[in-house]
Design a protein around this ligand. Structure first.
Ligand SMILES: Cc1ncc(C[n+]2csc(CCOP(=O)(O)OP(=O)(O)O)c2C)c(N)n1
Ligand SMILES: [Mg+2]
Length: 521
């Protein structure tokens, strides 16, 4: 470790294990300069520790040189104690932007327990991008407890070109030896090649396949017998879903996107986890035994080839585990009685939508039901805003249909969601873009209401039953109808869906639904 420390670094250095070699430099330019030479000579990351604003400020010139010289540096910068940062005590640093555009990344762990993983990710990024990465660590963080079971970092990251490579052989051997492997596919596999490769590997292994939680896209035919639904979005249910699997192979996404926070590891001890993704950041932050950076579709096809060529067939496998931990979904009701539920709408749609349909989803409280009932059967069969920001589905569906006029396109939206970009309807109308918009009108923000209930709180926000999306759509020149009866909806969908690919004008159906009473993603 190359350093010129100050008081904000003392808690770290006071606990420094004996196997660190501490090299003191008398100015931060020398500290970073020596580390740069060391990193260049060895071709591995060197560790630097400098002192808040004054130290990092002095180091900036040398950090810029390290970037252009392609030196792999992990630069830990000390910061004042988190607990009184708001008071701007002596030595508080405005650190994040201080080195300008020169670092490859600047990491600010959200809490002390995240510091070890941030340093690991910084090392991966420094290696992959061959440059300096900064990690800002408030001095109080060194006194916090780590969470070694729940680190947001891979244990090992490899970059693999397509074709046979040691990494592919290692994973193929692991899969061949596995007693009960499982696959998880994510948005990065949503290409023709990705779907083909994931089906081939799943069939070869006879392994169950799940879709990543809260993913933006599907990547496996959801009517395939090996498909087991979506991975749940909290840790206890993830552990439950995979508890019988000794190897989990995650393709085309990070391990694993979550929604409500829960303590503990994602997987039970003894489950080996491998991730294959083209995105280095996804690989680096994944709590996996091995993360491989490369084209996930090509590498998945390579894995199948390797398994076949090496004659490494599946061992005598246990029957495919049927533990179902798919999100809890309100059952669809076959009857026409009573008010409509979102699940009724999806059930009617599922019977009529063409295989090549694109469903663009933005129906927050009924998303789990939509994904369980409306299967994606072709690449780009399902599309959703990856980050949770509303206002995506309505305009995105228009863009998809403009790009792929031969595919039927349906946007399924909550009434609240539909209002974030409602004016895009005008463009659909005036350009003759034949998208079907289904608006699930439950008169409010149902998902927010459910989340408030889970905290035993009343919603602080009002409902908006008087909002008429149908009227707004008409105001933008889009044909729009309101439906409240099962029979009426069934007849309308039977009329519209079979010829959706040929539509030359948009249509909006506002369906009056009652809000679902549970939400467990
Ligand atoms: C741009 C943006 N603003 C606010 C939110 C927070 N938010 C998430 S879901 C939601 C309510 C969605 O209501 P609606 O579309 O009617 O769906 P419902 O929950 O009723 O199914 C809100 C306001 C968000 N995700 N994005
Ligand atoms: Mg709503």
């Amino acid at each position: 470790m190359f350093s010129n420390p100050g008081s904000t670094e003392v808690p770290f250095l006071a606990l420094l294990p004996d196997d660190f070699t501490f090299i003191l430099g008398l100015h931060e330019g020398s500290v970073v300069g020596m580390a740069t030479g060391y990193a260049i000579a060895l071709g591995t990351p060197a560790l630097v520790l400098v002192h808040t604003t004054a130290g990092l400020g002095n180091a900036v010139g040398a950090i810029a040189t390290a970037r252009v010289n392609r030196a792999q540096l992990v630069i830990v910068v000390g910061q004042q104690d988190r607990r009184h940062l708001a008071f701007e005590p002596f030595l508080t640093g405005r650190l994040a932007g201080l080195a300008g555009g020169y670092p490859l990344d600047v990491l600010e762990p959200a809490r002390g327990a995240d510091v070890p993983a941030a340093i690991a990710r910084a090392a991966f990024t420094a290696q992959q991008g061959r440059g300096p990465v900064i990690v800002i660590v408030p001095m109080s963080d060194w006194l916090e407890a780590a969470e070694p079971d729940a680190m947001a970092a891979a244990a090992r990251v490899e970059v693999a070109p397509p074709g046979p490579s040691p990494a592919v052989r290692e994973v193929a051997a692991m899969l061949a030896d596995a007693r009960n492997p499982a696959l998880v596919v994510g948005a990065g596999m949503d290409t023709e090649a990705g779907w083909t490769a994931s089906v081939e590997l799943a069939q070869l292994l006879e392994a169950p396949v799940r879709l990543e939680p809260f993913g933006a896209r599907a990547a496996f035919p959801q009517d395939h017998p090996l498909y087991r639904g979506q991975v749940p979005a909290n840790r206890s249910r993830v552990r439950q879903a995979f508890r019988d699997h000794d190897v989990v192979l995650v393709l085309g996404t990070a391990v694993l996107r979550q929604y409500p926070y829960q303590e503990g590891p994602l997987f039970e001890a003894g489950t080996r986890v491998v991730v294959v993704t083209a995105d280095p950041a996804e690989a680096n932050r994944s709590p996996a035994d091995l993360a491989i950076i490369g084209d996930p579709a090509a590498l998945t096809a390579d894995l199948s080839r390797e398994l076949r060529e090496q004659d490494l067939p599946a061992q005598s496998r246990e029957p495919v585990s049927d533990v179902s931990a798919a999100p809890t979904v309100p059952p669809a009701r076959p009857t026409a009685d009573g008010p409509l539920h979102a699940a009724d709408v999806f059930t009617l749609m599922a019977g009529l939508l063409g295989e090549d349909s694109v469903v663009v989803e933005e129906s927050p409280s009924s998303r789990p039901a939509l994904q369980a009932i409306l299967p994606a059967r072709r690449p780009l069969g399902f599309l959703s805003a990856a980050m949770g920001g509303l206002g995506f589905a309505l305009p995105a569906a228009i863009g998809v249909r403009m790009a792929l006029p031969e595919r039927p396109v349906v946007a399924v939206m909550g009434d609240g969601s539909s209002l974030y970009c409602i004016q895009a309807l005008w463009t659909a109308a005036t350009t003759g873009t034949g998208v079907l918009f289904i608006v699930l009108a439950n008169g409010g923000y149902a998902v927010m209401d459910r989340l408030a209930e889970q905290r035993n709180a009343k919603p602080a926000w009002p409902a908006f039953p008087e909002v008429s999306v149908r009227t707004l759509a008409a105001g933008f020149g889009v044909k729009a109808v309101r439906v409240d009866q099962h029979d009426h909806l069934a007849a309308l969908l039977a009329d519209v869906l079979p010829s959706l690919a040929q539509r030359t004008s948009p249509l909006l159906i506002e369906v009056g639904v009652v809000a679902d009473s549970t939400f467990q993603p």
